[in-house]
Design a protein around this ligand. Structure first.
Ligand code: 2AM
Ligand code: CA
Length: 261
């Protein structure tokens, strides 16, 4: 089989597995207790039983289909090799745990240091965002494109937050982006924030620290939709994360400056 054929197989498998996993998340979300039992990995860092249940399902399906590939998941960790799947079973766990329907499954595939396949599935909206390197980006099979917005004062910028960094740099970056005249918002899923950029629903996703599993699939989707991202998936990203900027090409310069990256 050619390299291209095997990548196409991975792309199709990732789409199918993301939807199967998403449907499980959806069932668990709809069947959740009225009285929420909240558990945490740390301050502001939620954990649910569904995260590990879904990650195990995805790992099993990928191992069955591609036994030679490596696997790294947010919950169970893993190892990176030449060919590695990078998986976030639920991106937006805080919202999932609090009963807010804004979360997704994220499945990325990297080969020789490059993102090759990226799939993000929002099970509550029934939206499948997908990309294969060089093949464009799609939403439910239809091509998507970043917006043409080039004026920060007309832009919508999502500024991601987590408790992983101190508040001060977030606060300062927020002030700089507000100062550009952007409409600044924050939701709870970096992957959904980035694919929203790919689909032209907002013009940038910015965050000072993001883990590899949150962004591995979505960076490729943004790039294949004609957007720009910083070099997020560096070797260091896999172990400690990186800043992320995903935006329309026209906003790149001003936002790179605002972020200082
Ligand atoms: P998670 O749902 O996979 O944990 C954005 O910085 C990322 O941080 C999100 O994609 C989310 O990924 C994670 N995160 C962890 N706790 C969060 C919180 N309380 N609010 C928003 N994002 C949070
Ligand atoms: Ca997660």
């Amino acid at each position: 089989m050619s390299g291209q054929d095997s990548m196409q197989l991975r792309y199709l498998a990732a789409c199918a597995i993301a939807q199967e996993a998403g449907n499980l998340i959806r069932r668990r979300f709809l069947a959740r207790d009225e009285v929420l039992k909240l558990t945490f990995k740390g301050p502001q860092d939620y954990l649910t039983e569904t995260d590990s249940e879904v990650e195990k399902l995805i790992a099993k399906r990928l191992a069955e289909a591609f036994p030679g590939d490596g696997f790294f998941g947010e919950e169970g960790g893993g190892a990176y090799g030449t060919n590695t799947w990078i998986v976030d079973p639920i991106d937006g766990t805080a919202d999932f745990a609090r009963g807010v329907a804004h979360f997704c499954v994220s499945i990325g595939f990297m080969s020789q240091g490059l993102a090759q396949v990226g799939v993000v599935y929002d099970p509550m909206a029934g939206e499948l965002f997908a990309a294969q390197r060089g093949g464009g980006a799609t939403l439910n099979g239809k091509p998507i494109r970043v917006s043409g917005i080039d004026d920060p004062a007309k832009s919508v910028v999502e500024l991601g937050w987590s408790s992983r960094l101190p508040f001060e740099p977030y606060h300062e970056l927020s002030a700089r982006i507000h100062g550009l005249g952007a409409g600044v918002k924050r939701c709870g899923s970096a992957a959904l924030g980035m694919v929203a950029v790919a689909a032209g629903r907002q013009d940038a996703y910015v965050e000072l620290h993001l883990n590899a599993w949150d962004g591995a699939a979505a960076v490729l989707i943004v790039q294949e939709a004609g957007g720009w991202t910083n070099d997020f998936l560096t070797p260091e990203c896999l172990t400690r994360g990186n800043p992320i900027l995903a935006c329309t090409p026209a906003l790149r310069e001003v936002l790179v400056q605002a972020m200082g990256i």
